[in-house]
Design a protein around this ligand. Structure first.
Ligand code: UT7
Length: 333
């Protein structure tokens, strides 16, 4: 009997801007303190993409080139590139197209996917379907956001949270049953009111008034989002474990979206995981929205072993949330 084709992650790449916006620097910009930021969020510094005319694709493109190099493939071999982002270079064309152009992926088609902080999980599940169908052999999923382009650096409640980065994974068919096993994804538009950007879309195009009212920046009711996130992310991860008969002992790593260390701790606790099994890099990069999960995989790649069970979990604007169960497919030498 023929083994079902699964979609395995076979390479990881990332790109981080050089400039480090530390809590100390933020103390000089808004009424905040290193102590408040660290204790309430876990963030110590974030990277910011500086430079006239640089956008999300300028981080996405090097991330994809890195994974091509690691895997030893030419960008011409990529069939499909999905760019998960809420900060596209421009409304259109899609940032995926721009990345493909920048890296010379002339045989790929591409599109953007917007699911805020859960974007990478939604993209990974979408890319997996294209591999499982047997139609495509090399699908790249990029999670990239230049959050500094929509952050109001005079608003202390949001500017301390976000950073810029890109991460990317390559998906390829696998016949050993490795790769994405299951995914539980959810969205609920009634949560939109708590986390959104008021202007710049078709419902409220940018104007002098919207700019003056700072409506082109992130609007977040932090406490409300926190309450939903802490329950949503933990519930999704727990339900995914249950339906796959996994206990905490079976799981090698939790790969959580990095929005707030307290949300991550609550999810790990619900899953019965000790802190050593939790990937945490929020202190170094802050919340990079679609970038957090692939950035974790990139940071921990050398510690991951073939067959390891990973649970990826996220919660974000939309609301969108979910959890994905992945069997890691390779050892890194
Ligand atoms: O990834 C997308 C999804 N987003 C999330 O998951 C974010 C979820 N929310 C959170 O992580 C937290 O709600 C925040 C980190 C945004 C805020 O933490 P909090 O513990 O919920 O703080 P709070 O909003 O309840 O504010 C507590 C106090 C307030 O002062 P008063 O009213 O008690 O006097 C705020 O004005 O802290 C004040 N505050 C600050 N103080 C110093 C808010 N921001 C700051 C700040 N520095 N940067």
């Amino acid at each position: 009997m023929q083994q079902k084709i699964t979609a395995a992650i076979t390479a990881v790449g990332a790109s981080l801007p050089e400039f480090r916006l530390t809590n100390k620097i933020l103390e000089t910009m808004v009424d905040t303190s290193d102590e408040w930021i660290k204790s309430r969020t876990g963030v110590e510094e974030r990277r910011i993409l500086k430079g006239e005319g640089l956008g999300t694709s300028d981080m996405g493109a090097p991330a994809v080139l890195e994974l091509c190099k690691k895997r030893g493939i030419d960008p011409l071999e990529i069939d499909l590139l999905i760019c998960c982002t809420v900060t596209p270079d421009m409304f259109f064309p899609a940032t995926a197209n721009i990345i493909c152009h920048k890296i010379g992926a002339k045989n790929a088609f591409g599109f953007d996917l917007g699911a805020a902080c859960s974007g990478f999980l939604f993209g990974l599940t979408t890319g997996t379907a294209f591999i499982e169908s047997g139609r495509y052999k090399k699908v790249v999923v990029v999670g990239a956001d230049k959050m500094s382009s929509i952050v109001d650096y005079s608003d202390r409640t949001t500017c301390i949270l976000f950073g810029d980065a890109a991460g990317a994974v390559l998906l390829e068919p696998n016949e050993e049953g490795l790769g994405l096993q299951d995914s539980l994804l959810k969205s609920d538009g009634s949560g939109a009111k708590y986390l959104h950007m008021k202007a710049g879309g078709s419902a409220r195009p940018s104007s002098m008034e919207t700019i003056a009212a700072k409506e082109h920046y992130i609007y977040q009711e932090g406490q409300s989002v926190f309450k939903f996130a802490v329950v949503g992310m933990a519930d999704a991860a727990y339900e995914l474990m249950q339906r796959n008969n996994l206990t905490g002992d079976d799981i090698s790593w939790l790969v959580p979206h990095q929005a707030n260390k307290r949300i991550i701790d609550a999810t790990a606790k619900r899953m019965g995981l000790s802190p050593e099994k939790v990937m945490l890099n929020i202190h170094r990069y802050g919340n990079t929205t679609s970038g957090t999960i692939p950035l974790c995989l990139w940071d921990w790649e050398r510690q991951l072993k073939k067959g390891d069970n990973l649970v990826l979990a996220a919660f974000g604007g939309g609301f969108t949330w979910g959890a994905t169960y992945v069997k890691w497919a390779y050892d890194t030498n």
